[in-house]
Write a protein that binds this ligand. Structure first.
Ligand code: SF4
Length: 274
């Protein structure tokens, strides 16, 4: 059987996380490109409202970082959640003093015949001193740092900044020890997760990224996840006979800010060879 993956294929944290959670989900979503046949949680309106509020919150923070005054933006906070998150951000936002800021920034790099890409909420750099990746999360529960450290987002974002971010650091290498990833939680503004990076982590992340992409490239079966827990909130339940009822919104705690629906414009971001 021929290779099922188109070439070049663009891997993101979401596609790698999907493969990690369930190879079949990866196939249905990224190879067969099936649209959403089932809702992921119920009640649907709670899920959708949180999704819209999350996107708007990201937009407000990004606009504030590029210089739009907070008073103007606060008019956009027209729901209880958004009001609360915006107040939290205004009172507890990170100290960006002395940093060059790159909000909503995309980095990409080739890896073998494929490419990897990451869209960052914010990269803050003090050239030669520190490089901080910020990610705004609207989680309703504060996840443990160990959970976040093991997520593909943490691995890919940190590894890619180290490999492909030199142009943000006055063309000098960004050493892994200078990189920190900060998850800032709008519902827990005084408890951000700060994850330090290291040479050893960078090496093991790159080994894992390469190994996983090689494995996906050679994959023929894309088997269903043995663990049925991911099915509860999966839009493809009906394709897999893994239940018809969506998981309860109260139990759902994934980020749903639709970040992965963005269109990547490779003409604009350019690509860094390494
Ligand atoms: S329903 Fe379960 S087995 Fe099917 S794609 Fe989703 S996670 Fe995988």
């Amino acid at each position: 059987m021929d290779n099922l993956l188109s070439s070049p294929f663009t891997f993101s944290q979401s596609s790698l996380q999907d493969y990690n959670d369930c190879p079949r989900r990866f196939k249905l979503r990224y190879i067969e490109r099936l649209l959403w046949p089932a809702i992921e949680t119920e009640p649907t309106q709670d899920y959708e409202r949180h999704q819209i509020e999350g996107s708007l919150f990201h937009r407000m923070v990004q606009q504030n970082i590029i210089g739009i005054p907070a008073e103007k933006l606060s008019k956009l906070a027209q729901s209880d959640n958004l009001n609360k998150w915006w107040d939290a951000y205004m009172q507890h936002k990170p100290d960006f003093d002395g940093y060059a800021l790159y909000p909503e920034y995309t980095l990409s790099a080739p890896l073998g015949e494929h490419r990897i890409v990451a869209k960052y909420d914010l990269i803050a750099i003090k050239p030669g001193e520190k490089a901080i990746i910020y990610d705004w999360k609207t989680y309703r529960k504060r996840p443990k740092n160990e959970y976040l450290a093991a997520r593909w987002q943490t691995r890919l974002y940190s590894a890619l900044l180290e490999k492909a971010g030199n142009h943000l650091n006055k063309d000098a290498p960004i050493f892994p020890e200078k990189i920190e990833m900060v998850y800032w939680f709008s519902n827990f503004p005084t408890e951000p997760a700060r994850l330090n990076y290291s040479k050893e982590k960078a090496q093991s992340d790159w080994d894992l990224i390469s190994k996983t992409i090689t494995e996906i490239n050679a994959e023929k079966e894309f088997a269903m996840s043995e663990d049925e827990r991911p099915c509860k909130f999966c839009a493809y339940r009906s394709y897999c006979n893994r239940g018809v009822k969506a998981g309860e919104w109260d139990e759902f705690n994934e980020e749903i800010d639709a970040e992965e629906s963005f269109e990547i414009d490779f003409e604009r971001i350019g690509e860094i060879a390494f």
